[in-house]
Ligand binder design. Structure first.
Ligand SMILES: *[C@@H]1O[C@H](CO)[C@@H](O)[C@H](O)[C@H]1NC(C)=O
Ligand SMILES: *[C@@H]1O[C@H](CO)[C@@H](O)[C@H](O)[C@H]1NC(C)=O
Ligand SMILES: *[C@@H]1O[C@H](CO)[C@@H](O)[C@H](O)[C@H]1NC(C)=O
Ligand SMILES: *[C@@H]1O[C@H](CO)[C@@H](O)[C@H](O)[C@H]1NC(C)=O
Ligand SMILES: *[C@@H]1O[C@H](CO)[C@@H](O)[C@H](O)[C@H]1NC(C)=O
Ligand SMILES: *[C@@H]1O[C@H](CO)[C@@H](O)[C@H](O)[C@H]1NC(C)=O
Ligand SMILES: *[C@@H]1O[C@H](CO)[C@@H](O)[C@H](O)[C@H]1NC(C)=O
Length: 456
C-alpha cells in the first residue's frame, strides 16, 4: 500500500518534471512568499522568451483562505488593467510579475497567474501557462516576556508551577521552552498549552530547578529569546553520606587509631542547605553531641564499637534523613594512614586474598616438589588460635580484622628430621618475588607487636 503510494508519487514527480521541462516558457523562483505586514511582496515570474516578439495576455487572481476569488490584474502586452479597489495596492511589475505594495492580512492566500502566449511564428498556436503562488502575511515577533506563577520558590512534590510566555507583537508565534539551554521535550509532568505559550509543571521536582527561557518565532522572525527566569525548588535531603579522610572504612564501620583526632563530614543534597545534628548512640540513650556538618572524634577506648548517627534536616521541606555508622578504635599502625591518604588503601580483605594466593601457590609448589622429593610442608599461622584455622574464610569486611596475622610456609624435608626450610627458598625457584613484596606490605599493617619483630 505504502509502496504503491510512493510509486504513484514518483510517477507524479516525473510527470510534473516532464511537463515542467516541456513548458518552461515561464519560471516561478519561489512558490511561497512569507510577507511581513506593511512591506512589499513581489510575486516574481521570469519569462524564458523574448517578450518583444510575442503577444501575451494574462490575469493574476487571488483566492483568499475563505475561498473568495478576485481578479486583480488583467494585461495584454503593454496594457494593464488593475481591479479598481486595488489600484494603489498592486502593480504589474515589468512583464508578468506582480508586486503587492503593502501587504496586510487580507492579502494572504493563493495567487494564480494565467498566461496566454502567441509566438507569432505563423502557427497561430496559443500556449497556455498557469502558476500558483502562496502568500502568508505575518507580523514580526517582539521579544517574548516570561512569567512564572507562583513567583516564589516552591517545595518539591507539593506545588505546581506555570510558566507563561507572551509577546506584544507577532502573529502565528511558535513558542519553545528551554531549561539551562536545553529544549524541554514532552514529559508526563509537563502540560503545554496548544501553542506552547504556557507550560504547567505538575508536580514540580528537584530536576525542574534551573534557568528558564522561552523562544518565540514565526515565519518572518528568527527565534527571539526571552530574559532568563529562575525556578527555585526546595528539596531534599537526598543521598546523605558520612565521609572521613582518616581512619579505615569498611562499609559502615570506621576504624580509627586510639587517640587520633578524626573528622567526619556529613553531606546531603538539599535545598536550602540542611541543618545537621550528630547523635551518639554509644550509651544506652541517644545523645546529641554536636550540630553542623562536621564531627570531631578522639577516642582512646580500644576495642569498643560506638554508634554514631548524622541526621540532616531540611527545615523547608520538613524532611530528614539519617546515616548511621560504627566507630571502632583499634591500632591501625602508621603505614595504614599513609596508604589511605594515597587513595589506594590495602584492605584486610586484600591482605587475606594475597595471603591465600600465596598459600595456594606454595601448596602447589609443594605438591609439585613432593612428587620428586617427598617433603612435608607445614603452615603455621601466628597470632591465631588453632581452632580458627579450621573455620572457613568468610569474605565480609567485618571479619577482616580477625584475619590479621603472618602467614608463613615452612617446608620440612622428609620425616621432619632436617632443619626447616622457609618458603622463601622454594619461592625463589619459581621467582614469585612480587608476591613477597606484597606480603611484606600487608604484614606492615598488622595490628600488634609480634609481627613486627618477626619481620625484622
Ligand atoms: C521584462 O522584460 C524585459 C525585456 O524583455 C527584460 O529586460 C526584463 O529583465 C524583464 N523583467 C523581468 C522581471 O522579467
Ligand atoms: C513557434 O515558437 C515556439 C516557441 O519558440 C516553438 O515552440 C514552436 O515550435 C514554434 N513553431 C513553429 C512552427 O516554428
Ligand atoms: C497541581 O495540579 C494537579 C493537576 O495537574 C492538581 O491535582 C493539584 O491540586 C495541583 N496542586 C496545586 C498545589 O495546585
Ligand atoms: C546558556 O547559553 C548562554 C548563551 O547562549 C550562556 O551565556 C549561558 O551560560 C548558558 N547557560 C547554561 C546553563 O549553559
Ligand atoms: C510544543 O512543544 C513540544 C515540546 O517541545 C513539541 O513537541 C510540540 O511540537 C510543540 N507544539 C507546538 C504547537 O509548537
Ligand atoms: C537500655 O535500653 C534497654 C531497652 O531500650 C532497656 O531495657 C535497658 O534497661 C537499658 N539499660 C540501661 C542501663 O539503661
Ligand atoms: C531554616 O534553617 C536556616 C539555617 O539552616 C535558617 O536560616 C532559616 O531561618 C530556617 N528557616 C525556617 C523557616 O526555620
Amino acid at each position: 500500500m505504502e509502496a504503491r503510494g510512493r510509486t504513484a508519487l514518483y510517477v507524479c514527480c516525473v510527470l510534473f518534471t516532464l511537463t515542467d521541462v516541456s513548458s518552461e516558457f515561464i519560471h516561478v523562483p519561489s512558490s511561497i512568499h512569507h510577507g511581513i505586514e506593511g512591506e512589499q511582496v513581489l510575486l516574481s515570474v521570469e519569462t524564458r522568451f523574448p517578450l518583444d516578439d510575442v503577444e501575451i495576455q494574462g490575469t493574476w487572481s487571488h483566492t483568499r483562505p475563505s475561498g473568495i476569488r478576485t481578479t486583480l490584474v488583467t494585461f495584454r502586452n503593454e496594457i494593464t488593467i488593475t481591479e479598481m479597489t486595488y489600484r494603489d495596492h498592486l502593480a504589474r511589475k515589468p512583464n508578468v510579475s506582480l508586486l503587492i505594495c503593502k501587504v496586510n492580512q487580507d492579502d494572504e492566500g493563493e495567487y494564480h497567474l494565467n498566461l496566454n502566449i502567441d509566438f507569432l511564428n505563423g502557427t497561430g498556436l496559443v500556449i497556455k501557462e498557469e502558476r500558483t503562488v502562496y502568500v502568508t502575511v505575518d507580523v514580526p515577533v517582539s521579544t517574548p516576556v516570561i512569567e512564572k506563577s507562583p513567583s516564589y520558590a516552591v517545595v518539591e512534590d507539593k506545588a505546581n508551577v506555570t510558566w507563561t510566555c507572551s509577546v506584544e507583537r507577532g502573529t502565528r508565534v511558535v513558542f519553545q521552552w528551554l531549561r539551562d539551554n536545553v529544549t524541554l521535550g514532552l514529559s508526563d509532568r509537563y502540560l503545554f498549552s496548544q501553542d506552547n505559550s504556557t507550560l504547567l509543571i505538575s508536580p514540580v521536582r528537584k530536576e525542574d530547578k534551573g534557568t528558564y527561557h522561552c523562544l518565540a518565532s514565526n515565519a518572518v522572525s528568527q527565534e527571539r529569546h526571552s530574559r532568563a527566569g529562575e525556578l527555585n525548588v526546595y528539596y531534599g535531603p537526598y543521598n546523605l553520606e558520612v565521609n572521613s579522610d582518616q581512619g579505615l572504612r569498611t562499609g559502615e564501620v570506621f576504624t580509627i587509631n586510639p587517640g587520633e583526632l578524626v573528622f567526619f563530614d556529613c553531606l546531603a543534597d538539599s535545598n536550602p542547605p540542611n541543618s545537621y545534628v550528630w547523635i551518639s548512640k554509644s550509651r544506652n540513650a541517644t545523645q546529641v553531641i554536636t550540630e553542623g556538618p562536621r564531627l570531631e572524634v578522639r577516642s582512646y577506648r580500644l576495642a569498643q564499637a560506638e554508634e554514631y548517627l548524622c541526621r540532616a534536616f531540611n527545615n523547608v521541606t520538613q524532611k530528614q534523613n539519617e546515616a548511621q555508622f560504627t566507630l571502632v578504635v583499634a591500632s591501625l599502625g602508621t603505614g595504614k594512614e599513609k596508604h589511605s591518604q594515597d587513595g589506594s588503601p590495602v584492605t584486610p580483605l586484600a591482605a587475606i586474598t594475597v595471603c591465600s594466593l600465596f598459600v595456594i601457590g606454595c601448596m602447589l609448589l609443594f605438591f609439585l616438589r613432593r612428587t620428586c622429593h617427598p617433603k612435608r610442608v607445614l603452615m603455621s599461622i601466628y597470632n591465631r588460635p588453632l581452632s580458627e584455622q579450621k573455620r572457613p574464610h568468610r569474605s565480609g569486611h567485618e571479619d577482616a580484622t580477625e584475619d590479621f596475622g603472618i602467614y608463613e610456609f615452612v617446608s620440612i624435608p622428609g620425616k621432619m628430621e632436617s632443619a626447616q626450610a622457609s618458603c622463601r627458598s622454594l619461592a625463589r625457584l619459581e621467582s614469585v618475588q612480587d608476591m613477597h613484596t606484597t606480603i611484606y606490605d600487608v604484614i606492615r599493617h598488622v595490628p600488634e607487636t609480634p609481627s613486627h619483630s618477626l619481620l625484622e
